[in-house]
Ligand binder design. Structure first.
Ligand code: NI
Length: 376
């Protein structure tokens, strides 16, 4: 039986991998998940979602939730696999196909034990993680109402298969995005004295932003400011009127997160004014940090060890993950499971080892049942 289920889960993952869909367009993926759940006689809940599926196993209270994300990325796959993406320009380059199969596997294992489950397990197949919107959609739809604890995982290409890592407290970072509009005065390149050089102002701002973290925060704090785009100018002999910068700020400390926009604003406006120009900051707040509940992080480590994983203490990460929105409302924990890919997440050659799926499905079914007992 387990051999059959293991093969089934890998087959489902490879089918999902061949037909990846972008955030909020996961229509065929949603249909596949619905069909597979239906074939296992697992009840689906009538939430009003455009894409994504919510299902449930068991009866009564308490209620806990397992979450998988289901969307893919706008990347052309180059991984040397037989089940390569058949949707041009779209790829499961973050392994959400694996996450989906893992939670489907956990669902099937839990379904087999449904009559002895001490409560209910809700399964969230969440759309649009890559755009950081799907978790909010599910919360808005009421999917977390009554849920006492929530668990989810991301595969970790840098870890070998059979390893498990998590940590209590801050894990993934607050993810914010900014753009800066720098306004100078256009002029002939040969007569710079007649203009205000927005490119020189932009250069000074990029350099000064490098000191924002290093000169204002303890080296022991985790803060990153990166400028990732510079846009300005059309040709070789004209000084442009305007330059736009774009970038991201990553933090774990909410107080630092809150004060950074004002610091950037002060820095850029004083630099621009010093040159006779203007600079305006536009701030786009993203998902908050993933902050794991200490108790559930510890609990999940114990279950993972019993399930045969080599358990490690995870380091804090500067990446983002919209699971954070769930943890803002509900206790729980997010974990990493080794997927041993030579190429990392979001790389066109990303090729995780899908032998991780069945053990991870077993882990999640055991975690769910143990968590229900723990809450009871
Ligand atoms: Ni991902």
């Amino acid at each position: 039986m387990s051999q059959t289920l293991e093969a089934q889960l890998v087959a489902w993952r490879r089918e999902l991998h061949q037909y990846p869909e972008l955030s909020n367009e996961e229509f065929a993926t949603t249909e596949r998940i619905q069909n597979w759940l239906r074939s296992a006689d697992i009840r689906q809940l009538p939430f009003d979602l455009k894409t994504g599926v919510i299902a449930e196993i068991g009866q009564g209270e308490p209620l806990i939730a397992l979450r998988a994300d289901i969307d893919a990325l706008p990347i052309d796959e180059v991984a040397p696999v037989e089940f390569r993406s058949k949707n041009p320009g779209v790829m499961h380059a973050c392994g959400h196909d694996i996450h989906t199969s893992v939670i489907l596997g956990a669902a099937l294992l839990l379904k087999a034990r449904e009559s002895s489950l001490p409560g209910r397990v809700r399964l969230l197949f969440q759309p649009a993680e890559e755009r950081f919107g799907g978790a909010k959609t599910l919360i808005g739809a009421g999917a977390l109402e009554g849920v006492s604890a929530i668990f989810g995982a991301h595969n970790a290409p840098e870890l070998p298969v059979g390893t498990f890592a998590t940590r209590g407290g801050p894990f993934y970072a607050n993810v914010d995005r900014f753009d800066i509009e720098i306004e100078g005065k256009g002029a002939h390149a040969a007569r710079p004295q007649e203009g205000v050089d927005s490119i020189v102002i932009a250069s000074q701002i990029v350099t000064a932003l490098q000191t924002l973290v290093s000169r204002n925060y303890s080296p022991l704090e985790s803060v990153v400011v990166s400028v990732t785009r510079i846009e300005g100018g059309n040709t070789w002999n004209v000084l442009p009127q305007k330059v736009v910068l774009e970038g991201t700020v990553r933090t774990h400390n909410d107080a630092i997160r809150a004060e950074i926009p004002a610091r950037i604003e002060k820095l850029i406006s004083s630099i621009a004014e010093g040159f006779g120009g203007r600079a305006q900051l536009n701030w786009h707040g993203g998902p908050p940090a993933v902050v794991n509940t200490e108790r559930w992080a510890e609990f999940s480590k114990q279950v993972a060890a019993r399930a045969g994983y080599e358990v490690r203490h995870a380091e804090v990460q500067m990446g983002g993950e919209d699971f954070a929105f769930y943890l803002h409302n509900t206790p729980g924990t997010f974990v990493s499971i080794g997927s041993a890919s030579e190429f990392g997440l979001h790389h066109p050659g990303f090729n995780p080892d899908d032998s991780l799926i069945y053990p991870a499905a077993q882990f999640f079914s055991q975690l769910a049942e143990a968590a229900l007992q723990e809450i009871n």
